[in-house]
Design a protein around this ligand. Structure first.
Ligand code: MTE
Ligand code: MO
Length: 505
């Protein structure tokens, strides 16, 4: 069992070290994890998100590690007499990693060297330790070879310790080399250049945080995060460029400086994830700084016939947004470089991402964006569409109760119910509450600095001791009241009314 585990450790470490010189994502463990994410059917992904939230990646990695430990141990046991099962396992795992690396559009062919190194290191380590162990066994069975037994034992022990130490050093070296790109230095520089956009007028009266709503603006630390990346892409602003091509008059390639030299705007936008269940947490608001996409696309000149703005991230993720949404005169769809007056945090797309008000993130908000192609919905299919989601996904008019919390207990008497409502880019016109099946009552609305962001609300009730149920519904500025019909997040966003059960005592 020990030899099996050591073989796998040596394999993973060798691959990790080689990947560090080519592309950190070619590291076999990560490549297989990323491929597993790409292969996950949407029902399983929804299950993972609803059971583990954003810890789903940790769960995946831990599951993979436990799986590897178990199969390595079992292969070791099966190799008591003959090294074939252990060597075969190294070949199968190495082969799986090679397939995984091949399946990733963001990894070049050279990246195959990393899993290949794993395969070779795994097979060789296992065979040599296995041979040494067999010698110990043979010497133990021969009664008058005490000297040779001691010698063979030492060789085996030293070999095992050497492999463990070597795997540790190689893995650590791979980690250090793979993360040598100075993202934090690059970020600090960009943050400095964005200093004059830091003065965000915090909209007074735009939240009821004292009554339990979120603050109107979400800090970068508290902003929800959703993506398919197991390791956050490490890109420096200095190394970034964006290609705009396809159905355009002039193909453009922009550097980060080119973007900073354009007219930068700052707009507060509420982003929402299609995976957010009724009452869920995947919604946040921040002022984003960047350039208007319609200005950028006008520079390139969009040819007639294009209807999709197809964006690709450095990690191979893709999203497609309707051209008409982005080119709309009032649209603040942007190529963003700043968030809350700083450079984008790495996990939110540093150095550059897209933000399109009014569309769910998966069809619009590509992080670490490096390529924009003007094309048609008929010609190109974005990441989530073969996985069961719609190609077009405007954000639905929805609302959520933040206070009181479900199952909580509050003093009887005056109870203030408070929460959020959103209908980017239409705006919220009315929010109503229903207590214990009674009449719908209109809530107070906070100010609405922009229709591209959420709107906070609150309403007080006089409640008697006992258990109560409160339900919320929002009406947007077009006069549409959110539907009470229940729908799952798949294929284009959940619907239904959020309700909260609480006890007054
Ligand atoms: N490169 C990349 N960009 C991405 C994604 C991704 O998986 N990879 N996920 C999208 C989804 S589903 C959402 S909801 C938003 C979330 O952005 P945030 O993590 O900054 O909140 O990013 C979008 N952009
Ligand atoms: Mo999302």
């Amino acid at each position: 069992m020990l030899i099996g585990v050591l073989g796998v450790a040596a394999a993973l470490a060798a691959g990790h070290l080689v990947a560090a010189f080519i592309d950190p994502n070619a590291s076999p463990f990560l490549a297989v994890g990323n491929a597993a994410i790409d292969l996950t059917p949407s029902w399983l992904k929804e299950f993972a998100v609803s059971s583990f939230g954003t810890a789903d990646k940790l769960v995946l990695l831990t599951g993979m590690a436990v799986f590897l430990l178990v199969v390595a141990g079992v292969a070791g046991l099966l190799s008591r007499r003959n090294p074939i099962p252990g060597a075969a396992l190294a070949v199968v795992l190495g082969g799986a990693a090679i397939v995984a690396v091949f399946s990733r559009s963001d990894l070049g062919q050279l990246a195959t060297l990393a899993p290949l190194a794993s395969l070779v290191a795994g097979v060789m380590t296992f065979r040599r330790l296995h041979a040494a162990a067999l010698r110990v066994q043979a010497a133990g069975n021969a009664p008058d070879s005490v000297d040779s037994l001691g010698h063979d034992r030492r060789t085996f022990l030293l070999g095992s310790v050497g492999v463990a130490a070597g795997a540790g050093v190689a893995g650590l070296a791979g980690q250090l080399i793979g993360t040598r790109v100075d993202v934090e230095g690059s970020r600090a520089m960009v943050t400095q250049r964005l200093a004059r956009y830091r003065d965000q007028a915090t909209a007074p009266g735009a939240d009821f945080a004292q009554d339990g709503t979120p603050t109107y603006l979400t800090s970068n630390d508290n902003f929800y995060r959703i993506d398919t990346a197991l390791s956050v892409p490490r890109l420096r602003a200095e190394d970034w460029s964006l290609r705009i091509h396809g159905l355009v008059d002039r193909e453009l390639t922009l550097t980060f400086d080119d973007v900073m030299d354009m007219d930068l705007i700052t707009r507060t936008v509420t982003m929402t994830c299609v995976s957010d269940e009724v009452g869920g947490p995947y919604i946040s608001t921040a002022p984003f700084t960047g350039v208007l996409l319609r200005d950028l696309l006008a520079k390139a000149g969009v040819k007639p016939g294009a209807d999709q703005v197809f964006s690709t991230s450095v990690d191979g993720y893709t999203a497609g947004s309707p051209l008409e949404v982005i080119m709309d005169k009032g649209s603040n769809a942007m190529l963003a470089v700043g968030m809350n007056g700083e450079a984008l945090p790495p996990e939110h797309g540093f150095p550059v991402r897209l933000v399109v008000p009014g569309l769910y993130g998966y069809v619009s908000a590509t992080k670490w964006v490096t390529d924009i192609e003007l094309t048609t919905f008929a010609a190109k299919t974005q990441y989530w569409v073969p996985r069961g989601y719609s190609a077009k996904a405007p954000i639905k008019t929805e609302s959520r109760i933040d206070s009181p919390r479900g199952q909580s207990s509050v003093p009887a008497g005056k109870v203030t119910v408070a929460g959020i409502a959103w209908a980017q880019t239409k705006g919220i016109a009315k929010v109503e509450l229903q207590m214990d099946g009674g009449q719908w009552q209109e809530a107070d609305l906070a100010t609405q600095p922009t229709k591209e962001a959420w709107r906070m609300w609150r309403h007080s009730f006089d409640v008697r001791p006992g258990t109560h149920t409160v339900v919320v519904r929002a009406t947007d500025a077009t006069g549409y009241t959110q539907t009470a019909d229940l729908a799952d997040p798949v294929p284009d966003g959940a619907t239904g009314l959020h309700s909260v059960v609480f006890t007054a005592a």
